[in-house]
Design a protein around this ligand. Structure first.
Ligand code: OAK
Length: 852
């Protein structure tokens, strides 16, 4: 490696990269070559799908040059790298993003047009890479984009699921799941590294032996089943930089070894079958969000991924550093995206002690300097607790090590708190009880040097509730906050090209430098009294609403009027996110409108004096086994059927459920919202990130004082957001009251319940669980307490929106609503994921960007 020199100037590769991306003729030539040689077709037999494959292969060729140079540069530099371990990367489509980051979009559009194609149609052919559930997976995708864009050496490690999150169909108002076989056609963004194969063992037993070198006893784990981890690499281009990091996702494959005893026993069939089962490890993503389901295959996925990734990291370290283990924490930082990769802590300890022969304490001091853990939820049902029996069977040596870690930890705790016997049981990694289990979050805290939450309120909450004993044990310094962020490349430039362009003009920034300096948005405030600017701003929103209107028509057949208020709630369906609160309020509105009509008030008068016209737009998936969430989806769809087909209502109210919400649909929906809902029960949503996406696209927020809403309010000003609801500090007391004094259903909500029970939205039996949960089972999510407050917030915000007719001369709307929209965007700079990555780099990873 000392012979490797950094590459300077325009060597052949860089030339090629630059040409493919910036030279129209070169793009076209490469496109045709890929049609003919990669796809084995000719230009007369090239449809949009083939055009996508040829175009993406061309872009990929360009990316690979940067990618190889980046890897070489990072190797020569030999600095510290960060590894982001995430079981989910919700990437969405790659091609548009690559073109934007490489600054080659206009050239590609022109070249494709020469060849008779339309870039938008071609981009539309790409299937989403949907290897994630929701917030946690999308955050990982934003983070790898920022790592590259800010010139860090940072790799992502995950699993290459054959099936991502399921596709959601809505049939008779019910969610139906169908498989997402996203690799139907070959994936041009995936570079198979068939030569990188790492054996991973499961099951088996542990025995003691003597180390001939040291003469000391030593533990040997003899695995009972072996699977190969085979690497697939995905280049991650940075914006406005050559830095192109790697996302390595593992495939599970059978080993080539064959069980000849079984074969000889005539059990050929079974022997081959067992081999084939290896691939099931990476077959499918578990479709739960914020929920722990405890399946053996899931634990297998976790260890498979963690073992392969660590092996790879250690191999890379040893190549340059041999066995100078003291250097390991200076070379390697590993971030655990929630507790899913916590076994990595145990695995590294095993590698250092069992395989490398380090003393326990020495190894442990290395381990804890390497790892840091991010918590993404306080919901108890999401906290992983693997049964001790299962861990012991699947990973016998790891269970021993977990017990040893716990033993030494509890010894320290006992020493620190000699008079507090109870604390030992509370902080023990092992939960005693009917079924003993391993508390993964505790293991993650004990094995890390930093633990962070994802928004200020959330980071405060974890320190005062679920992890409070650990603050006593380790001190406050182990805990910190890194408020989430989003990448403005995808969530502004890509999703909202017109707004991104207007901003670049106003900031006098033709090269869109503000996309990596998002604080520059602040300069938009200068134009707050410029009516011409406000009018343009509003016209862009209107354009985006028309784009969404077309999507809604295509997906549901429902025709929306783009001049009405678009009131959006798109996210995973969960009781704590309270889509039920939203749909109940929609029902209430409908009932009131019907009453007014029945009492002789005309539609026009209602619009003028009572309710503005609006479309309530929902989207999101329910975990397949989550009955309550599926019931909520069904109710939304049934309400839509009734309201949308009521001839009296017209455009005054529409209710839409967009099926199969995913990243590429979010790119259409987000820029088109006037108002979006972030209305979780206070204290339950760790951060939320779609709130940031909407605000960055000029949509206003109706929200509770929860997650990152708090900091968004601080940044954009409380006049520019509609907050409501009980605060997190009251929630426990209210829940307690519900249980001991019963739940008070306000009159307004009672009216809604009565109509549901009268059968207005289909068989009331279907909604019994939903209503009873609120009335009789403690209303855990405070729907009854926040309902009237939600209605009030609506009255207030609708006055501000006014009776806007999409008419540019509507000055009231412009001066009230659109100004708030501009002020929101101008103050969203803080929520760039670039800022998050800088904070992690400085406060947790101790790494610096590599100058280009
Ligand atoms: C998923 C599985 C287990 C635990 C948490 C999650 C998850 O997606 N949490 C979400 O993470 C996002 C990113 O930090 C946050 O913005 C969401 O509030 C949180 O629910």
């Amino acid at each position: 490696y000392s012979q490797l020199k950094p590459l300077n100037g325009n060597h052949h590769g860089q030339d090629l990269e630059s040409k493919l991306v910036h030279d129209r003729g070169a793009f076209e030539e490469s496109f045709v070559r890929h049609v003919e040689t990669t796809l084995a077709r000719n230009m007369y037999n090239c449809d949009n799908l083939a055009a996508y494959q040829a175009a993406s292969s061309t872009v990929r060729d360009a990316l690979l040059v940067d990618w190889a140079n980046t890897q070489q540069k990072q190797t020569v530099h030999n600095g510290k790298r960060v590894y982001y371990l995430s079981l989910e990367f919700l990437m969405g489509r790659a091609m548009d993003n690559a073109l934007i980051n490489l600054k080659g979009r206009d050239n590609a559009a022109a070249a494709l047009s020469d060849l008779g194609f339309n870039l938008e149609d071609v981009l539309d052919q790409e299937p989403d890479a949907a290897l994630g559930n929701g917030g946690l997976g999308r955050l990982a995708a934003c983070f790898v984009d920022s790592l590259s864009s800010k010139n860090y050496s940072g790799w992502g490690y995950g699993l290459n699921y054959q099936y991502g999150i399921f596709k959601q169909k809505i049939i008779d108002g019910y969610q139906v799941e169908t498989p997402d076989y996203w690799l139907k056609y070959s994936n041009p963004w995936e570079i198979d590294r068939k030569e990188i194969q790492i054996p991973v063992d499961f099951y088996g037993h542990v025995y003691e032996d003597y180390d001939p070198n040291s003469g000391k006893p030593k533990k040997i784990w003899s695995g009972g089943e072996r699977v190969l981890a085979v690497a697939a690499d995905f280049p991650i281009p940075g914006y406005n930089t050559d830095n192109t990091n790697n996302l390595r996702l593992w495939n599970a494959k059978p080993t080539h070894e064959f069980d000849f005893t079984k074969f000889n026993a005539g059990d050929y069939q079974q022997s081959v079958g067992a081999q084939q089962r290896a691939e099931s490890i990476t077959a499918v993503l578990y479709p739960n969000d914020n929920f722990y389901s405890g399946k053996e295959l899931r634990l297998k996925q976790q260890y498979f991924w963690v073992a392969a990734s660590l092996h790879d990291i250690v191999r890379r370290f040893k190549k340059t550093n041999k066995s100078q283990w003291e250097k390991f924490p200076e070379q390697v930082a590993i971030q655990l995206n929630d507790t899913h990769p916590t076994l990595a802590i145990v695995e590294l300890q095993r590698v250092l002690v069992d395989l490398e022969g380090l003393e326990w304490d020495h190894a442990w001091s290395i381990v804890t300097r390497v790892f840091a853990y991010t918590n993404h939820t306080v919901m108890t049902e999401a906290l992983e607790k693997w049964p001790v029996d299962l861990v012991g069977r699947l990973l016998p040596r790891h269970l021993e090590i977990i017990y040893d870690i716990n033993f030494f930890f509890l010894k320290d705790v006992e020493h620190k708190f000699p008079d507090d016997r109870d604390i030992l049981g509370r902080v023990s990694i092992i939960e005693e009880g009917n079924e003993k289990s391993v508390r993964m979050a505790y293991l993650a805290i004990i094995g890390s040097h930093k633990v962070n939450g994802v928004a200020e309120l959330h980071s405060e909450l974890i320190q005062t509730t679920i992890f409070k004993d650990f603050v006593r044990v380790f001190g406050k310094d182990r805990f910190t906050n890194v408020t989430n962020g989003i990448t403005p490349r995808r969530w502004l430039r890509q999703a909202n090209p017109q707004l991104a362009k207007l901003i670049s003009e106003k900031l006098n920034d033709p090269n869109y430098e503000y996309l990596t300096n998002l604080g520059n948005l602040k300069k938009l405030e200068k134009f707050i009294d410029d009516d011409e600017f406000l009018t343009k701003w509003d016209a862009i929103k209107f354009h985006n609403k028309r784009r969404l209107t077309a999507l809604v028509k295509e997906e549901t057949g429902i025709e929306l009027d783009p001049t009405v208020l678009f009131d959006v709630q798109v996210k995973r369906i969960h009781e704590y996110k309270r889509q039920q609160l939203n749909i109940f309020a929609v029902i209430y509105r409908y009932l009131r409108i019907k009453e007014l009509l029945a009492s002789g008030v005309s539609i026009d008068e209602i619009k003028l004096k009572h309710y503005i016209s609006k479309a309530s737009i929902f989207g999101g998936k329910a975990a397949p086994g989550y009955y309550m969430a599926k019931t909520i989806i069904h109710l939304i769809n049934k309400v839509g059927d009734v309201v949308n087909n009521d001839p009296e209502i017209g455009n005054l109210l529409k209710v839409v459920f967009i099926p199969d919400y995913n990243v590429s649909k979010a790119e259409i929906i987000t820029p088109a919202s006037d108002l979006s809902n972030h209305i979780s029960t206070a204290g339950t949503e760790a951060s939320g990130t779609s709130n940031m996406k909407f605000a960055l696209n000029g949509g206003l927020i109706i929200g509770t004082v929860d997650g990152a809403n708090v900091e968004i309010t601080r940044e954009i000003g409380e006049d520019n957001i509609f907050l409501f609801g009980n605060l997190s500090e009251s929630v426990e007391e209210i829940r307690h009251k519900h249980i001991y004094e019963g739940v008070q259903i306000p009159e307004t909500l009672q009216k809604v319940f009565d109509s549901i029970e009268s059968g207005a939205f289909g068989n009331p039996e279907e909604y019994k669980v939903l209503l009873d949960g609120i009335r009789y089972h403690g209303d855990h999510y405070l729907v009854s307490d926040d309902f009237d407050l939600f209605l009030d917030a609506h009255i207030k915000l609708e006055k501000v929106f006014g009776h806007h007719g999409g008419d540019a001369s509507d000055k009231d709307h412009l001066h009230r609503w659109v100004k708030k929209s501009v002020l929101s965007v101008a103050n969203m700079g803080f929520f760039s994921s670039d800022r998050c990555i800088d904070e992690y780099a400085e406060n947790i990873w101790n790494i610096e960007p590599l100058n280009q």
